[in-house]
Design a protein around this ligand. Structure first.
Ligand code: ATR
Length: 279
């Protein structure tokens, strides 16, 4: 009989996580003898948890808020993408060493590849927000050959930090520049928490956006954020953020369980049903 492998998602709080549904679905679909469960780990307990994965019965797992930076710092070995983003969301063991990567950039690009092929044709993007999620998006855009990445943030200094981190392709702006920047961008990405659960709005006039632009949001609750609804009402193409969550999960599953899983409409619909039930 195959050995049962156990993986986790840890955060604090963690009860809202949909990762157990995603990995549980794949374990069942591919007939893998394994388990994936949510573990609530307090910040003061994270080091002990992450450095004793084997003793805790795990082959690896996902890390979410507030442990992404700590996971990065504790790892013995890190993939370049995690080094550049400065945070890790996926841990696994290799010869007893704790390895870390960040799959958010991959998830972002894979979602747009699936839902809006050709999204990377126009090489100027406008990224709204300058937090951890923004770093993953900028990494993906640079990988895909974007030449100009405007980053607008409420606190302009944080956008400037990203420009320093990523180099000349990234240009920092205050929110006041949004309307002017929108005229130029073929891709607009919200990486802020604005619009989450319908709260807050981005001060951007959609009428200024190019008619061929794609508008996307990494917030996926609600699925159609006010930002996306506004873009749609202006006749623009939109892509919601749920697929980023689904796709970012795939590399971890492959590392722990040895099967490359597929993101299907069945899986997407399962998560949407869970979101509806939680309303
Ligand atoms: P994450 O890692 O999820 O990106 P974060 O690092 O806390 O989270 O970053 C949150 C982003 O949302 C930041 O760009 C933040 O802007 P500031 O840098 O100015 O704080 C943005 N954000 C959050 N609440 C906001 C609000 N009410 N108005 C404008 N921007 C907001």
């Amino acid at each position: 009989m195959a050995e049962t492998k156990n993986a986790f998602v840890c955060g604090h709080p963690i009860s809202h996580s949909r990762s157990p549904i995603i990995h549980g679905h794949w374990l069942k679909t591919y007939g893998v003898s394994g388990d994936y469960r949510a573990v609530d780990v307090r910040p003061e307990d994270f080091k002990d948890f992450a450095t004793n994965l084997v003793a805790n019965g795990f082959v690896g797992g996902n890390v979410t808020i507030p442990h992404k930076e700590a996971a990065f710092a504790l790892a013995d070995s890190r993939e370049t993408v995690a080094e550049i983003i400065g945070a890790a969301n996926t841990l696994w063991l290799e010869n007893g060493r704790l390895c870390a990567t960040n799959t958010d950039a991959y998830g972002f690009a894979a979602n747009l590849d699936e839902r809006s092929p050709g999204w990377d044709a126009h090489k100027t993007a406008l990224v709204i927000g300058a937090g951890g999620a923004s770093r993953a998006v900028i990494y993906a855009l640079i990988e895909r050959g974007f030449k100009t990445i405007h980053v607008a943030n409420r606190t302009e200094g944080r956008a400037r930090e990203l420009a320093d981190r990523f180099g000349a392709k990234v240009i920092a702006h205050p929110f006041a520049a949004l309307d002017e920047l929108a005229k130029d961008a073929g891709l607009l990405v919200n990486t802020t928490s604005l619009g989450m659960k319908g709260e807050g709005y981005i001060p951007l006039d959609m009428a200024k956006v190019r008619s061929d632009a794609l508008v996307t949001d990494i917030v996926y609750v609600p699925l159609i954020t006010p930002f996306l609804a506004d873009a749609k009402a202006h006749g623009l193409k939109i892509a919601d953020g749920l697929g980023m969550l689904l796709h970012q999960a795939a590399p971890g599953f492959e590392k722990w369980f040895g099967v490359q899983p597929k993101v299907t409409s069945q899986l997407r619909n399962m998560i949407i049903a869970d979101m509806e039930a939680a309303k």
